[in-house]
Design a protein around this ligand. Structure first.
Ligand code: NAD
Ligand code: GLY
Length: 369
């Protein structure tokens, strides 16, 4: 297996700036090669799948830095990204007498990262935390930028906070154990960066999708690095989503409706985003922003990543109506009006409302019957 030397990407946010360390074996080098947040103790938050794989490696690496290290193991899955599971973190922190100099380590995918980040934002009004993402999706997107949240039964990621980590550690070795379906889900967020910001990356993905699916280490390193660079630029310009940052939600308005409508965890986040990007591309075409050949190109690439290109039926009686109902519970909605991230020519995103009738047509066209 090719070894990738550690590289760093800087997230430039003034006093809240931090590095992303990316390469092979970075977890094992943490304690000796990186500057870790100072603290009285460290608490590693992970889940029942990831902890047995990587927690001992992380403990060994950081043990010289902290006098105490505890581990909190949560149940695995999107269905557990809720108040009850978040409370398990607070229960453990309080039972262990953790003070405000405790450093939380999020070891896992986006679910663990989002929940640990939210716990860090809330516990004693804020303790430092480090993201150690172990899925492709978390390495290319969720661990970077400080969005933290839990789901509500009525809407995805509706309860949360902006709270930046102090360090992000992307160890490419962890991707070796990722199930193929989860790797594909991560590729959805990588593909996303093309239409919204970087068509050179998009063309690169068209040329190297087979290598990515085969987990060639050099190809994975390239997409993690390029994705983090694009995300760093967007977050650096608009940390709290006053405008620009919303482009990172391309495909997410439809995707979040799919996740909530199917029940969290039935469709993976990346799968919802994949089908959602196809729907958003069709909507862009109907509004005259892109032509059909671009929609075809995007659909083909998503398919090659092993991802769905059609949405599920959420309601046999009124499918489009159900999508619209769910999409109105979206953080981008204003006064009940849904605002979509659309493609305004390949490589450029724009936020727009669209007539319900047009959205209904797209949903009817793009959902499996
Ligand atoms: P996930 O966290 O559920 O992880 C996917 C699965 O892979 C889980 O079963 C997990 O236990 C397992 N896993 C993780 N690492 C593994 C490894 N190295 N080897 C084997 N198995 C491993 O899902 P995800 O796709 O990482 O993240 C999705 C979540 O991220 C969603 O809740 C989504 O809303 C959120 N998200 C947040 C942001 C943000 O900006 N904060 C951005 C995108 C997505
Ligand atoms: N993944 C969307 C964002 O970070 O803004």
């Amino acid at each position: 297996m090719q070894s990738i030397p550690t590289t760093f990407i800087h997230i430039d946010l003034g006093q809240r700036s931090y590095p992303i360390a990316l390469g092979s074996g970075v977890i094992a080098m943490l304690g000796t090669s990186l500057s870790l947040p100072v603290g009285t103790a460290a608490v590693i938050v992970s889940n029942a799948t990831v902890a047995p794989l990587y927690v001992s490696r992380l403990i060994a690496s950081i043990s010289a830095t902290y006098s105490q290290i505890q581990t909190v193991v949560l149940p695995d899955g999107e269905a557990h990204k809720n108040w009850a599971t978040l409370n398990l973190i607070f229960d453990a922190l309080l039972r262990q007498g953790c003070d405000r100099k405790t450093v939380l380590y999020a070891l896992g995918g986006g679910v663990i990262g989002d929940m640990t980040g939210f716990a860090a934002a809330c516990y004693m009004r804020g303790v430092p935390f480090v993201q150690v993402p172990t899925t492709l999706l978390a390495q290319v997107d969720s661990s970077v930028g400080g969005k933290t949240a839990i789901n509500h039964p009525l809407g995805k990621n509706m309860i949360g906070a902006f709270y930046q980590p102090q360090l992000v550690v992307c160890d490419l070795d962890t991707l070796d154990t990722l199930p193929a379906r989860e790797l594909a889900a991560g590729l959805a967020e990588v593909i996303k960066y093309g239409p919204i910001a970087d068509m050179e990356l998009f063309a690169w993905l068209e040329a190297h999708m087979d290598a990515l699916v085969a987990r060639e280490r050099g190809a994975l390193a390239h997409v993690v690095k390029r994705s983090c660079e694009i995300k760093a630029a967007v977050v650096g310009a608009d940390e709290r989503e006053a405008g620009l940052r919303a482009i990172l939600n391309f495909g997410h308005t439809f995707g979040h409706a799919i996740e909530a409508g199917m029940g969290y965890g039935v469709w993976l986040h990346g799968e919802g985003v994949a089908a959602g990007m196809v729907m958003a591309a069709h909507l862009s075409q109907r509004l005259g922003l892109v032509d059909g050949s671009f929609v075809e190109r995007l659909t083909r690439l998503i398919e090659r990543a092993g991802l769905p290109t059609r949405g599920p039926v959420l309601d046999a009686q009124d499918n489009a109506g159900r999508y619209l109902e769910l999409m109105r519970v979206d953080k981008k909605a204003e006064g009940g009006e849904i605002r979509f991230v659309l493609i305004d020519g390949p490589g450029k995103a724009v936020m727009r409302a669209a007539p319900d009738a047009l959205v209904r047509e797209v949903i009817d066209q793009c959902c499996a019957s």
